[in-house]
Design a protein around this ligand. Sequence first.
Ligand code: EPU
Length: 285
Amino acid sequence: GNTKVSLYEPMRKHTTMLVGGPAQFWVEPGTFECFSSVVKYCRERGVPVRVIGRGSNLLVRDGGIRGVVIHPSQGVFGEVRVDGETITAGVGVRFKKLASVAQKAGLTGFEWMEGIPGNVGGGLRMNAGAMGAETFDQVLEVTFLDGDGEIRTRTREEIDSYYRNVPELRRNFALSAKFKGEKAAAEEIQQGMEESMQKRRSSQPLAASAGCVFKNPEPMPAGMLVDTLGFKDVSVGKARVSLEHGNFIVNDGKASASEVIELIEQIREQARSEKGIELETEVQI
Ligand code: EPU
């Protein structure tokens, strides 16, 4: 179909952190079948294959990515359809777009998605969330490629989801999902959208970042912990801990992935030695 392919595609162009070396083979499929054939081709030959959505919670190393990187963003992957109180979206649809489609359709439940920079695919894989809500609160079913590259659909009850973790979607690539909403008054939805925007503007940086770096650990939110450890505004090269929010690392301009990783390691080390807290990254490295 309208599949696009390129060689040595720079990943800094495809991540919001604006860092990362090249992907050896970059493929932008336009149909489920094309996505499936590429996965089958790679699996049969032992070629590493991974998927990158909007790259908004992702840190690609400076050495780049060996093998094939699939970027489902165009064609069927960018489609969104409202049907009564449900919305079906391809994995290439932005969460922000989903929030605005829901608002136009008079559906509530999607307002928090206004604050999520990523695409549906990444959000499903990590069970993205904000404002006390998370992706799987609203999923009815997910269509994905199984380990053999076959297209399957499962209901939410058949998929285990946890805080920022959906084990099944680590190996199986999501293609689209159906979400449920509820009819509500326009003013109520508008108010939710505004709260979501307000929360982001008041506490999160505008500079290039990969969203929250760490998952919130048990005793206190990661942002507060990093703040308490005195890491705000600390930098390694051009990578710096945001002054606005301790759980964000911003790219001051020409940061490299290794500078960002070094800063992450310094924070983890200090959280471990000073507080006995083992921080886990939320960003995929
Ligand atoms: N705090 C500090 N110092 C800081 C940052 C935060 O003391 O530098 C305090 C805040 O005052 C607040 C608490 O820590 O009392 C929690 O902060 P916040 O309300 O900003 O929420 P969060 O737990 O840090 C979570 C999600 C965000 C999401 C927001 C908004 C995680 C790891 N993060 O942040 O998600 O946008 O709630 O609802 O669960 C992301 O996943 O990439 C992300 C940014």
